[in-house]
Write a protein that binds this ligand. Sequence first.
Ligand code: PEP
Length: 263
Amino acid sequence: MNPIRRPLIAGNWKMNAGGQDGCALADAVAKSVKDSDQVDVVVSPPFTALAAVAHVLDENKSKVTIAAQNMHAEPSGAFTGEISSSMLKESGASWVILGHSERRQLFGETDEMVARKVSAALASGLRPIACVGETLDQRDAEATLEVVARQVRAFVDELAKQPGFGVIAYEPVWAIGTGLVATPEDAQAVHAMIRGILGESSDELAQQTRILYGGSVKADNAEGLLDQADIDGALVGGASLDAAGFGKIVEAAQRLAPRTDQG
Ligand code: PEP
């Protein structure tokens, strides 16, 4: 971790923990992370639970904030089944996960679509967590750096408009939900490459942008990853559905956290 960047741990609940389950999970997360004052903590419920989770966090006087898991790039219109950035904000979200590999692989999102969403999120004051990462085939073909660089370059100009407001999550697709995790050294090498691309735009962008690692992060492997110079936090899927386990990942970040004022 780097003293300039405040650690961020974000839970991606995916299509789990809606309704009452989501409220109970949010309540448990709020209680389990309440002493971690040097770490930004985010939870990402399904759309239908956003407002209820916001209410629960409010009742707990919690600093935990909320991300949505996707949005449409247009502000309104004839897009049946879609949801806009302003609707997410009204429901209590201040962040939005964009370009998750499940969106790219299962719902056909392209680099260009992700860039448009990043742009729309920033324009409306919603903080994007823009996801990138290579598939197993791409990794086996030793194309990791090339693929991730292409994905980052698609939206870097958008992030450059507000340095530090957006976040990047490097999530190797082969590590998501598989129990396989990148070694801290391999993850660090990709994060350093991403920071290099940010640096081509400006030093400020490179220094201020938090780059999270995601892919089978658990309480027992978090510390090694978070200890790397360019890993500023984690995007956590499966392990974020258990408040105690998620709390332990936040505690690991808290132990390693430099004292900073970024928020
Ligand atoms: C994710 O879906 O963003 C993720 C990282 O999942 P998991 O932690 O379960 O691998």
